[in-house]
Design a protein around this ligand. Structure first.
Ligand code: PFF
Length: 446
């Protein structure tokens, strides 16, 4: 078997895996889904799911990936030869195909906004004008599709070269930059007049608004932000050397993710309430609120430009990890094939994403099962494919992998106590699958 490239350091791995995880999920999706689901109660549910399901599942995917040191499909074939468990990897490939098809639409929005910003089209407007300009821009099919294509081409080019080259280094600058920019933004947002209503919205849980759908949305959101259930983390940890501390890496990644989610919430909601906007505006929420906050800061437009670059970077690194999952399986370490598959699959994803892009313009009146194509794609991935993948992974690891071998794998590079391992194993074997099934059944029943 070919030896794969590996990460150069633990920090390199953590930042790359965190960079792959932190993206639109925490920054763009969390605020608008929380906004639609009443705020505080949603945040609480999200945090609970992230701790009880997300963290154990992240370590589970790491263990599979580093045990097998292979791509999403081969990993399952190596651990359970002659069985059908590798279908988990195929489900992961299908999931990220659909996921990247709408993710790239939002990636395109960031690029469009950046363009408008540097060409001075966003100077000195008021909040309703920003919202109007944004809506009319994304409704224009040429702009929206062009930007989406541009986003996909960057993703494809990076993947043809292999994930680690350069990204590991860039992450070391971009991730801290993201945190610093967010902290500056939080300070501006929470000191706006009328910001306190946003605090109560985000931190005061109002359970009267919680339905089975809210619970499923919160679970899907925690899988989405940690990239779980689609074998992304299996693929990344297959490049992880055996002397690296996996439990510590998992905890750091979860902690960074939660931090970004909280920061994003603290930027958006105080501003939404201070500006008298509606928190349930949907997918465009972030794009309507941000420029207004920046316009109320000294050198705001400069900050906004820097923010958009860092935001685009965070989005791209997540997009790379999605395309990487598929390309790693299809090219099996062959450099020439990597190039071909990256272009073929990348372009197919763009084509599949066209209706998502048009959901905000030409196809805005078309609805399938009561949702736009864009919303339906997101719903299928976050609330159906990811929980199903996560469920199967938890069953696979509990019943198809030897407990002693798992302990050895996780202990390699860490000094994890057996009791902590036992607690993790209990969670992954009993709590994770049962909870996922209960949440999904509750929605089907309702
Ligand atoms: N975790 C990413 C985000 O929050 O934006 C989304 C994601 C990336 C999901 C890669 C799944 C994946 F394989």
């Amino acid at each position: 078997m070919k030896q794969q490239e590996q990460f150069s350091s633990r920090l390199g791995f953590i930042l790359s895996a965190a960079g792959a995880a932190i993206g639109l999920g925490a920054i763009w999706k969390f605020p608008y889904i929380a906004g639609e689901n009443g705020g505080g109660a949603f945040l609480l549910l999200f945090l609970i799911f992230t701790m009880i399901l997300g963290l154990p599942l992240l370590l589970a995917e790491f263990s599979i990936g580093r045990t097998a040191q292979q791509n999403a499909v081969r990993s399952f074939q190596i651990i359970a030869p002659g069985t059908k468990w590798y279908l988990i990897g195929i489900l992961g490939m299908i999931s990220v195909f659909v996921l990247l098809s709408f993710y790239s639409v939002v990636g395109g929005w960031i690029i469009t906004y950046f363009w408008k910003m540097i060409t001075g089209q966003l100077n000195g407007l008021t909040e309703p004008e920003y919202a109007e300009i944004f809506a009319s821009t994304i409704a224009n099919p040429a702009i929206s599709l062009g930007a989406q294509l541009f986003f996909m081409i960057i993703t494809i080019i990076v993947i043809t070269r292999g994930v680690q080259n350069g990204i590991e280094q860039a992450n070391k600058i971009m991730m801290p930059a993201l945190a610093i920019l967010f902290i500056i933004l939080v300070i501006r947002s929470v000191t706006l007049d009328g910001a306190s209503a946003g605090f109560s919205f985000l931190f005061y849980p109002d359970f009267s608004k919680v339905t089975a759908h809210t619970v499923l949305d919160a679970m899907g959101q925690s899988f989405f932000t940690l990239s779980l259930g689609v074998s992304a983390m299996i693929t990344y940890s297959s490049y992880l050397p055996k002397d690296q501390n996996m439990p510590k890496s998992a905890v750091s990644i979860v902690a960074m993710n939660i931090m970004v989610v909280l920061l994003a919430g603290l930027v958006i909601f105080p501003a939404v309430f201070a500006f008298g906007m509606e928190p349930d505006a949907g997918p465009t929420l972030l794009f309507n609120v941000l420029p207004t906050i920046f316009s109320q800061m000294p050198a705001g437009m400069l900050f906004f430009a820097v923010f958009l670059i860092v935001f685009l970077f965070a989005t791209l690194t997540s997009a790379f990890s999605m395309l990487e999952i598929i390309v790693a399986v299809l090219s099996r370490g062959n450099k020439r094939k990597r190039k071909q598959w990256a272009w073929i699959i990348g372009f197919a994803i763009f084509l599949f994403g066209i209706p998502s892009s048009l959901s905000f313009g030409l196809l805005s009146d078309v609805s399938l099962f009561g949702k736009s194509w864009f919303d339906l794609a997101d719903y299928m991935v976050s609330n159906v494919f990811m929980p199903t993948g996560a469920l199967l992974i938890s069953i696979f690891i509990s019943f198809k992998m030897k407990k002693s071998a798992l302990y050895e794998e996780i202990k390699s590079g860490s000094n994890l106590r057996f009791s902590v391992f036992q607690a993790w194993f209990f969670l992954i074997r009993y709590i994770v699958p049962v909870l996922i099934i209960l949440v999904m059944l509750d929605v089907i029943k309702g």
